[in-house]
Design a protein. Structure first.
Length: 334
């Protein structure tokens, strides 16, 4: 219902000035002693409730107003006379969704495991393998590039795009038979079909093209001791900023780092840069001076799936070397 309120309010304010408006609850308000609302040229008014005040009246329809329908509003003025206004519930113009990618710019280790596609609207599901194509530098398609698992965010706007682990992990059958998805030192192109539609049936309308550069493979665990912390000043709501020496999983970063004072977690809002190399935290209230700790989820991954506990690929002959710490200290200065 709320999607239509702004449209209806706009039409009312333009046509009837201050005489009629629609409030945030979808109720019709008018200056006068009474109001009746009719659908089109119907002889019987809509069912609903009417609440009167000293100089205005509010009508709440029993059923939501219908988009595209014309309504007749009869208002009784202070002198007892009735005036009639008409309005049309206009349908909004269809807006095509757009898509972006993280991390961006997209420089990946050759053994990268996943990317994230971000859409501005919820998208149709179950079709992503037919809508996404990965091409090599020579223009040839990389067939079987993606894992068939389709993982969407709850709002249907973010797709986790898995590069097939069986091809990205060295020594397994798919890797040996078909080769890795990404070729080290080469450029690749990710294409999103223009025909991919939102859940409302509106297509992207234009093919989205993203360049992917593949660097060296990465089998090293993230190391927080190489991160740079910029501490805020006391009495401000300046962000706590952490800069990484490599891109980390942008989705996991939203919840993997926690600012803590004593035993309590500091409340605030997290922001992750598009390149996944910078994490920022803005507190709800101003910082107080003193020592704080940044707690790190040891499962936090880099783009190749290595986390603080060990690398994604385990060498049985060489024990995994985990990160040296899962906490970092910082001090809020005066």
């Amino acid at each position: 219902m709320k999607r239509w309120l702004s449209i209806l309010s706009l039409v009312c304010s333009a046509a009837f000035a201050a005489e009629v408006r629609v409030n945030e609850s979808g109720q019709i308000e008018a200056h006068g002693r009474d109001v009746r609302v009719f659908r089109g040229d119907a002889s019987q008014p809509l069912f609903g409730s009417v609440v009167k005040t000293s100089d205005s009246v509010c009508f709440a329809a029993a059923l939501p107003l219908a988009p595209g329908e014309t309504y007749r509003i009869e208002i009784q003025t202070a002198d007892g006379a009735w005036s009639t206004q008409r309005l049309k519930f206009k349908l909004p113009a269809a807006v095509a969704p757009t898509v972006s990618i993280t991390p961006s710019p997209t420089m990946l280790p050759a053994n990268a495991l996943k990317l994230y596609l971000h859409f501005t609207q919820p998208m149709e599901q179950g079709v992503f393998l037919d809508r996404i194509t990965l091409q090599r530098q020579d223009g040839k398609e990389v067939r079987g590039a993606f894992r068939e698992t389709e993982l969407w965010s709850p709002d249907g706007k973010r797709l986790t795009l898995w590069l097939h682990p069986g091809r990205q992990k060295t020594g397994v059958n798919l890797n040996l038979d078909e080769g890795p998805v990404l070729q080290e030192g080469r450029q690749h192109t990710l294409r999103i079909a223009a025909s991919w539609r939102s859940t409302t049936g509106v297509a992207l309308g234009k093919e989205a093209v993203f360049a992917l550069a593949a660097g060296a493979v990465d089998h090293t665990c993230p190391n927080p001791l190489r991160w740079q912390i910029t501490a805020p000043k006391a009495g401000t709501r300046d962000p706590l900023v952490v800069r990484f020496d490599e891109p980390l999983d942008p989705s996991m970063l939203v919840s993997a780092l926690k600012a803590q004072r004593g035993e309590g977690e500091v409340a605030g809002v997290v922001s992750v840069a598009a390149d996944a190399r910078t994490w920022s935290f803005t507190p709800v209230v101003g910082w107080t001076p003193g020592a704080c700790v940044l707690k790190i989820d040891p499962l936090l991954e880099d783009l190749a799936g290595n986390n603080l506990l060990g690398p994604f690929e385990v060498d049985r002959d060489a024990p995994a070397k985990a990160a040296a710490t899962t906490t970092l200290s910082f001090k809020v200065g005066g």
